[in-house]
Design a protein around this ligand. Structure first.
Ligand code: GLU
Length: 371
């Protein structure tokens, strides 16, 4: 059951530093005050906090921080200071906080995902505020989430949250870049993240954090499908958290889909990274999208990348459009033999008993609903 009162709030680096290079204490005091207000109103909070790299940078006399290795070092230096700051401020209100550092690898395997979910649930049950960041020091290219926007969508799913609030240096998504287009208008509601919106979002926004509007859209897209409302708002706005909850602050709200995915499918959406791609024909696209069918070998025209049986793969149509993600019943080498075959021929082709479906519908999430 979705808990109506669990809210995940993500603080971008630009919010915690008030646009400067180091953590801004008055800003953090103010944010904690607002969080406590929300908590007192009956909400359970999970925070996703960036700012470790910025905090680390302020502790080193020597200028550095452009290479990945240096950023990882700075995160390792700054994470302690960051959590200490949160802890000190929440303790003024007798509220305990907990640190959880996650990487994609921690949610990739279903058992680790469930363990992380249980820890979060237990913390909330004991009225503790979990404060989450990516475990930057151990994140290599394969396991990194890379930005705290996508991390916060992952966390919102883990926490079974109802709302995800992304606080940043902009009030939301605009029709043009508001920093150089005075006519830019704020988009207040988004039903579905599409290519047009992605084009609007462009690349990275602030120079301080990792994300930008593009990663916020990715996060909102995942959260919407999981049944979580996502809101982008400006962290420097006074009383922004309360205002967002009351829908008073300017913001962009991404409405939740009406038929959210069930638990295991939410994990598929948030957890594993796909290692390969299957290209499917028009008939298979129709069967998947219009009839919720499983993907059969007959509809697969080719595959790309290397994957084992049980790995997550992305499904694309002939035009390269992403249709679905799912756990593949065959390896890439098996698929190269059986692609285009009728299901009854698979056993003979592979010389052994195996799955009938390439992607079973229970192991697949559809990402495109309209043909
Ligand atoms: N994990 C990074 C930090 O704590 C931030 C990543 C991001 O800005 O998205 O500094």
């Amino acid at each position: 059951m979705m808990n109506k009162n669990i809210v995940v709030i993500k603080f971008g680096t630009s919010v915690l530093t008030a646009g400067k290079k180091t953590l801004n204490k008055p800003r953090m005091v103010e944010l904690v005050r607002q969080c406590v207000q929300l908590k007192n109103a009956g909400y359970q909070l999970v925070l996703v906090s960036s700012g470790a790299v910025a905090a680390g940078r302020s502790q080193l006399a020597k200028q550095c921080g452009s290479s990945l290795k240096e950023k990882q070092m700075l995160a390792a230096i700054g994470q302690g200071q960051l959590i200490h700051m949160w802890q000190t401020l929440f303790s003024l209100y007798d509220i305990s906080v907990a640190q959880m550092l996650l990487t994609r690898a921690d949610v990739e395997h279903r058992d680790r995902y469930l363990t992380a979910r249980d820890t979060l649930t237990e913390l909330l049950y004991h009225d503790v505020v979990p404060i989450i960041n990516e475990n930057d020091a151990v994140s290599s290219a394969e396991i990194t989430v890379g930005d705290n926007d996508n991390l916060s969508a992952m966390v919102a799913i883990l926490a079974n949250a109802n709302k995800l609030i992304l606080l940043t240096d902009q009030s939301g998504l605009f029709t043009a870049d508001p920093r150089n287009s005075p006519d830019a208008e704020l988009i207040s509601e988004v039903y579905k993240v599409d290519d047009e919106l992605r084009a609007l979002a462009g690349g990275s926004g602030s120079s301080l954090g990792t994300g930008g509007m593009a990663t916020k859209l990715q996060a909102a897209d995942i959260a919407q499908r999981a049944g979580i409302e996502t809101i982008i708002a400006k962290g420097s706005e006074s009383d922004v958290i309360t205002q967002v909850i009351n829908n008073d602050a300017p913001n962009t709200t991404f409405l939740r889909f009406s038929a959210p995915l069930e638990g295991r499918k939410k994990w598929l959406l948030s957890g594993p990274k796909s290692t390969g791609t299957l290209i499917i024909d028009k008939g298979a696209c129709e069967a998947l999208i219009n009839h919720g069918a499983s993907l059969l070998a007959k509809g697969v025209t080719s595959s790309q990348g290397q994957f084992k049986r049980g790995d997550l793969v992305t499904v694309k149509d002939q035009n390269g459009r992403i249709i679905a993600k799912g756990l593949c019943g065959f390896s890439d080498s098996e698929l190269s033999v059986i692609k285009g075959c009728h299901s009854s021929q698979i056993e003979a082709e592979l010389g052994c008993k195996s799955s009938h479906e390439v992607l079973h519908r229970d192991d697949m999430v559809l990402l495109e609903y309209v043909l």
